[in-house]
Design a protein around this ligand. Structure first.
Ligand code: GLC
Length: 568
């Protein structure tokens, strides 16, 4: 199968081979923009973002200058986990549109040269998925139950769960059904885990991958890719025993070696297409070596590196993470991925305004801002300054960069959401994403300062937008050449012109708080993580872009330089 050619510049004169290689490797240094569809744009005004809403903003995406969008789940879902509880993998949630809307969206994006990645959630389904409903009806011992993980409970009449395991979102990982059996769920109760030993489960996901590939999807983001396969041979270990078990490929629940048999099969499907479909694994694993397995060319091909998302705004930490990840990517033949924000973490403009090390998930109760520190301790100006600097550094690195909707506006995390308004199961179950959970980064985007719901769509948005969203609205920022939106647009435009081989060399700066590197074509990135300005030698360094406007390189800022000023 061959796709209609994506819009590309000057490819007519390129030999066919080169064109094919370029088409097959587009992802290696792509800037990918993550859309959380329910919070992006709402065309029908019901308060929930939808596919026609995204379509109405295709010009915005094209002007931003990204290479691809990744759409978080838009499938039918009861929204027990923001759409990551999928009731049907091959359809569109009627509140978000139809399959025809999807086809129109993808056509509109392709027309503008923007590729499309969709989210695949293979570890668990929604409890409303027809398979789970069938499993409940069919009863114990049935093949339908065997598609999931059902077990008898412990105690005289099986009234206790099979183990004391906890779900990622907190609370027990087992739920009892009417006839007394228990099912296993790594995440929310409404997200029963699938049994990946069942041939029908494997077959069905191949069908799903083909379904979306046939519709022209260019790639897939694989949700918790390290969790699918399990060894649930009795006797099952206790939680304490589980925690002591090494994650070396033999752990009963996490990052098992046998999960790569699944991805080897998926790879064969990806290669049925021209260009081959791509994939990126969300795999929270113990070591770079373990991550490399997901990124192999025989597997998913790329894996998220979340190391910078977990790092402080610190020169030494950034430099180590960058060096290690580039070495690791070179070892697998893949390219690395840079991420500062996504739908699961506190926005980086807020994280960087918190005291050091506070940006990580910590148990602090609900008066704390999501995964951070007390709201009063946030220095938002500093957070934004650092966020701009870090993003500009990221966009200069070899490899692909994943941007999360709203970060191009410098948007801050929203803390002021009442318990009644919150949606994230992690908030209610008090699990790994502690503090206020993840709703604060999922608040619908502000498009216009003066319209109802800041131009999101109708009169309301499904999560409350604070009054200060007006300052960050797209129409306000588009009119301001110094806004974060203008910075992203310019950075992404220049990045296309400057992009070069996937290598860098560090340049010593004589300052522990300043990092500087050069790409093979002379493109340099210099980030001052400190607060003292760093002087530039004007005769050598033509600044082509800076995260702050100034002569030298002010504290907490990044500049890009080229030996010769670009004439464009
Ligand atoms: C991934 C998603 C997260 C979701 C979880 C369960 O980590 O990014 O949003 O809650 O998987 O599907």
């Amino acid at each position: 199968m061959t796709d209609a050619l994506l819009v590309d510049t000057d490819t007519d004169t390129e030999p066919a081979d080169a064109r094919r290689t370029a088409a097959a490797t587009w992802w290696r240094q792509a800037a990918v923009y993550q859309i959380y569809p329910r919070s992006f744009a709402d065309a029908d005004g019901d308060g929930l973002g939808d596919l026609p809403g995204i379509r109405s903003r295709v010009d915005y995406l094209a002007d931003l200058g990204i290479d691809a969008v990744w759409l978080s789940p838009f499938y039918p879902s009861a929204l027990a986990d923001g759409g990551y509880d999928v009731a049907d993998y091959r359809d569109v949630d009627p509140r978000l549109g139809t399959l025809e809307d999807f086809d129109e969206l993808i056509a509109a994006l392709h027309e503008r040269g923007i590729r499309v990645i969709v989210d695949i959630v293979p570890n668990h389904t929604s409890d409303l998925h027809e398979w789970f409903q069938e499993a409940l009806a069919a009863g114990r011992g049935s093949s339908a139950r065997d598609r999931y993980v059902f077990r008898e409970g412990k105690g005289a009449s099986g009234e206790e769960p099979p183990t004391d395991w906890e779900s990622v979102f907190g609370g027990p990982a087992w739920e009892r059904v009417e006839d007394g059996q228990w099912y296993f769920h790594n995440f929310a109760t409404e997200q029963p885990d699938l049994n990946w030993d069942h041939p029908e489960v494997r077959e069905d996901f191949l069908k799903t991958l083909r379904f979306w590939s046939d519709r022209g999807v260019d790639g897939f983001r694989i949700d918790v890719a390290h969790m699918l396969t399990k060894d649930l041979t009795e006797p099952l270990p206790s939680r304490a025993e589980l925690e002591l078990m090494p994650q070396d490929g033999t752990h009963p629940l996490l990052d098992r070696d046998d999960v790569h048999e699944v991805y080897a099969e998926w790879r064969r499907v990806f290669e049925e297409y021209d260009p081959p479909r791509t994939a990126v694994a969300e795999a929270w694993v113990g070591s770079p070596e373990r991550r490399a397995k997901y990124a192999s060319a025989e597997g998913l091909g790329q894996a998220f590196n979340f190391d910078l998302l977990e790092a402080d705004f610190d020169a030494a930490e950034f430099r180590t993470v960058i060096t290690d990840n580039l070495a690791q990517a070179a070892g697998t033949g893949s390219s690395t991925t840079w991420v500062l924000s996504n739908h699961d973490v506190t926005r980086h403009a807020t994280r960087y305004g918190l005291p050091p090390l506070a940006g990580r998930p910590v148990k602090q109760g609900t008066e704390w801002v999501a995964a951070g520190g007390p709201e009063g301790d946030i220095d938002r100006d500093r957070g934004l300054r650092r966020a701009r600097a870090a993003t500009l550094l990221l966009l200069g690195l070899p490899g692909s960069t994943y941007l999360y909707q709203g970060e191009e506006l410098g948007l801050q995390e929203v803390a002021a959401i009442t318990a009644e308004q919150r949606q994230d199961p992690a908030f209610f179950r008090g699990g790994e994403y502690d503090g206020l959970g993840r709703d604060g980064c999922r608040v619908p985007l502000p498009w216009s300062a003066d319209r109802p719901a800041f131009g999101f769509g109708g009169a309301v948005a499904h999560l409350p937008q604070p009054a200060w969203f007006a300052e960050y609205a797209v129409d306000v920022e588009a009119a301001d050449p110094n806004s974060t939106l203008s910075l992203y647009r310019e950075a992404l435009r220049l990045r296309r012109l400057l992009q070069t081989e996937e290598r860098l060399e560090w340049i010593e700066t004589g300052r522990p708080d300043v990092v500087r590197f050069v790409r093979p074509n002379g493109w340099q990135v210099l980030t001052n993580f400190g607060t003292e300005p760093f002087p530039l030698e004007a005769e050598h360094d033509a600044v082509v872009l800076g995260s702050l406007q100034a002569g030298a390189v002010p504290g907490e800022s990044t500049v890009w330089t080229m030996p010769d000023v670009l004439s464009e």
